[in-house]
Ligand binder design. Sequence first.
Ligand SMILES: [Zn+2]
Length: 140
Amino acid sequence: MSEQNLELPAVARNINLPCKKCGVDRYFVVVAHLTPSSAKVKCEVCGANKTYKLPKVQVRKKVSFGKAAPKKVDAGQLWIDLKTQIGTDKVHPYNMKIKFAIAQVINHPKFGIGFITSATPEKVEVAFQDCGRSLVHNRP
Ligand SMILES: [Zn+2]
């Protein structure tokens, strides 16, 4: 997951923000940029100062099948994305004798619920909640 910063409004520009003192949304004038993502702003009506921080926009990556599950980094997020996209209505108990396919859900006795993100005739890459793992399958 990556984060993208929006740009601060320019100094002397007006932005609409809730004013605690006025109790309603007011126009605040941008007085100064404090950091690349925060600015000092002043209520045009009551003169109250506050710090305006840019909201961080999260860019959600689409999960693409066929790619190996990332190890450790973002494994939890990938797992949640896969759970949302695939669901856990149909969970297969993991067994190395069974042949699994991409996007199937397995329940591993040790690692728990996992989503298959890629498959070769011998191995499957499985995204578990803590990390991605390679498991053997299709071994009758
Ligand atoms: Zn105010």
